[in-house]
Design a protein around this ligand. Structure first.
Ligand SMILES: Cc1cc2nc3c(=O)[nH]c(=O)nc-3n(C[C@H](O)[C@H](O)[C@H](O)COP(=O)(O)O)c2cc1C
Ligand code: SF4
Ligand code: SF4
Length: 628
């Protein structure tokens, strides 16, 4: 503890100067960078230097409000710290001139204040803030991931110091007692898994952090690694101590270069401070961590496939038992945990198992992290107590469905999750309730769907993903999903028949039962849940050859209503990539159906005053319309 106290004091001292300075924090996780955060940073640096302003510009991670990227937080002594959203070079100029030079904080551009104050509402005053409860996202976006002193000054690594003063058994007991369940999908209790690894008396043991995150639309793990890598590193070191491992790995997909760079840098810094390597913090415990880059196959996130790929073999799942805890990497006992699971560990050690269990539900303590995407007003990364309902999550935290459209479904749990309708929105989010409803918690991908989404197409989309990602080892996974996909394609394209729905149902059960790993065993979930909750959409596609959501390209046509068209505006003509829209002799516009590729451009660009472009389904509706 003494060594840690020394590190902590030095870090606090080093970071103290920030309190007296203007600090501009720019969110540069991948979401921020893709929205232009690096240009914003360059613009601040240019403006500050042109105006000879002494301020610190820091790159931080993501605070989760991804819908408003690029995000900038300005902390200036004497003013409340304010967060600005959708910042561009113009706003930078304004903030520097009006705020930093003329003391006007430009409240009209501020999203929220960071800390309570008498002037401006904070994030906690938003309906989202009232529900959100941040444990592992708390420092994301507030500390610089490349600066270990910022982490340490906020008590980072104190849990490790505390753990090293405990026996490995006591640490293990605390994690077991907390009932921390794995956040990588299955919700298996972390303490039980760790304990299993200690039963094998081998003297070499490994711990691995699973940062593969292959679910389409999911970015929780990436964001945490990019925003607060030390939190996960600290969790992995504590895990290693509890199970007496000497070597650890981060398995991160190569498509996450920023996460890889930041984790590698954080590991170097931890090593320099004596938090990794020989005799950590002066204790008898020695341990080090390396980063292993995965090649990006979804199936490599599965535990046994991940280990195979780390051993240089093809990443294909293996039959179990033995489980990794008994015989994992190079045949040695291995603990594999998800990024989020490990991120909770320092908090549990610092504040205790009882504190952790005070949040969430008895069966699923703690919080749940979601990447909230799709048809939702405020997309981003959110952390809510387990037990929060889906309705609260989508409508209060996410701000509901935009553009006055109606909510249709939520797809939860990634490609192997399920689609739940409005009637299921009041179920609490936890591992057990979701699985009862036919969905799964998965790793936290959550896609909101509105009235324009076709549920048959959605099932098809997710099944196509898993079908393409199947390693091919099991016949049912390889061929069964292919057959299911063909049936769904037929239905979406107007060739479906009633009997095929029974085949779809039967195949789903067979694929579930006959697959070795959870990729196959859960692949039918989107199909089964859409059949259970949205059966009428399948029926309409089959019986009427019509897509009720006007989505499936083969079952719709675009039509320009002569009565509504302005004749003169011509916008749709310019927007059509295939020149399918022509001007009739009377000046009105019309669509040459053979040339139309259903890109939706004309519908999107026709000015709202006219709203002349509509979709018709089934395509036969067109002749009725044309006949007047
Ligand atoms: C096809 C497939 C892909 C998976 N991908 C991931 C992943 O990207 N990240 C992850 O943590 N777990 C993934 N898992 C779950 C892991 O196999 C394993 O259960 C998890 O990493 C254990 O960590 P946890 O107990 O902390 O959740 C996947 C499982 C399957 C079947
Ligand atoms: S279920 Fe699918 S992905 Fe899993 S081992 Fe079998 S073929 Fe491979
Ligand atoms: S954009 Fe709309 S109003 Fe304008 S010409 Fe095309 S259909 Fe008519």
């Amino acid at each position: 503890m003494e060594k840690y106290n020394d590190l902590h004091e030095k870090a606090v001292e080093k970071e103290k100067y920030l309190e007296e300075k203007t600090v501009i924090r720019i969110g540069t996780a991948t979401c921020g960078i893709s929205a232009g955060a690096l240009d914003v940073k360059a613009a601040f640096e240019k403006e500050l230097s042109a105006n000879s302003i002494d301020a610190v510009v820091d790159e931080v991670g993501c605070i989760g409000h991804c819908y408003a990227e690029p995000l900038v937080m300005i902390s200036r002594p004497g003013f409340p710290s304010l967060c600005y959203g959708n910042v561009d070079e113009g706003l930078v100029e304004r903030l520097v001139k009006d705020y930093l030079l003329d003391d006007d904080p430009c409240y009209e551009y501020a999203l929220a204040a960071v800390d309570p104050n008498d002037i401006f509402p904070t994030f906690d005053d938003f309906p989202r803030g009232v529900i959100e409860h941040k444990i592992i996202l708390e420092q994301c976006g507030f500390i610089a991931p490349d600066n270990i002193d910022q982490y340490i000054s906020k008590n980072g690594y104190s849990a490790l110091a505390k753990a090293l003063d405990m026996s490995p058994e006591q640490v293990l007991e605390e994690v077991k007692e907390s009932n921390l369940r794995g956040r990588g999908g299955a919700g298996f209790p972390a303490g039980t898994k760790w304990e299993a690894a200690t039963r094998n008396k081998e003297n070499i043991r490994y711990v691995i952090c699973n940062g593969d995150e292959g679910d389409p639309g999911a970015f929780m793990d990436r964001s945490i690694l990019e925003s607060d890598p030390h939190q996960v590193i600290e969790g992995l070191i504590i895990c290693a101590y509890a199970v007496s491992a000497t070597k650890g790995y981060f398995y991160i997909r190569a498509e996450y270069p920023l996460a890889i760079r930041r984790v590698r840098h954080a590991l170097e810094q931890a090593r320099e401070k004596g938090l990794l390597g020989e005799n950590i913090l002066g204790s008898k415990f020695s341990f080090d961590i390396e980063v292993f880059q995965g090649s990006g196959a979804f199936v490599c996130g599965e535990s046994s496939a991940l280990v195979e790929s780390m051993e240089g073999k093809t990443g294909i799942p293996q039959a179990r038992p033995p489980r990794l805890a008994e015989s994992g990497f190079h045949g040695k006992p291995t603990v594999l945990n998800n990024v989020k699971t490990l991120a909770y560990v320092p908090h549990i050690i610092s504040k205790g198992a009882e504190w952790f269990k005070n949040t969430g539900t008895p069966g699923s303590p703690g919080t749940a992290i979601f990447s909230l995407v799709g048809k939702v007003e405020n997309s981003g990364l959110v952390e809510v107590p387990m037990g929060t309902t889906l309705r609260e999550l989508i409508f209060e935290v996410g701000g509901g469905v935009p553009n006055e459209k109606s909510f249709k479904a939520v797809q939860i749990g990634g490609p192997s999750g399920g689609c739940l309708p409005e009637s299921k929105l009041d179920i609490p989010i936890d591992f057990d309730s979701l699985s009862e409803a036919g969905a799964i918690m998965g790793s936290g991908g959550l896609v909101v769907l509105d009235e324009d989404d076709c549920m048959v197409s959605i099932a098809r989309y997710f099944l196509q993903f898993t079908q393409e990602e199947s390693c091919g080892k099991c016949t049912f996974c390889r061929l069964g999903t292919k057959h299911m996909l063909d049936i769904l394609t037929d239905i979406c394209e107007g060739r479906g028949d009633k009997e095929s729905l029974q085949v779809l149902q039967d195949l789903s059960e067979d694929v579930k039962a006959g697959s070795l790993c959870n990729l196959g065993a859960t692949a039918p979930n989107p199909v089964l849940t859409t059949l259970r909750y949205f059966r009428h959409e399948y029926d309409i596609h089959i019986e009427e050859k019509r897509c009720p959501s006007l989505f499936c390209p083969e079952l719709i046509v675009y039509y320009i209503e002569p009565k509504k068209c302005s004749k003169l505006c011509n916008v749709c003509v310019g927007s059509c990539p295939t020149e399918a829209i022509y001007t009739r002799d009377d000046g009105l516009k019309a669509i040459e159906q053979e040339k139309c590729v259903k890109c939706d451009n004309c519908l999107k660009t026709c000015p709202p005053d006219y709203h002349a472009v509509i979709k018709l389904s089934p395509p036969e509706e067109l002749s009725k319309k044309e006949a007047g």
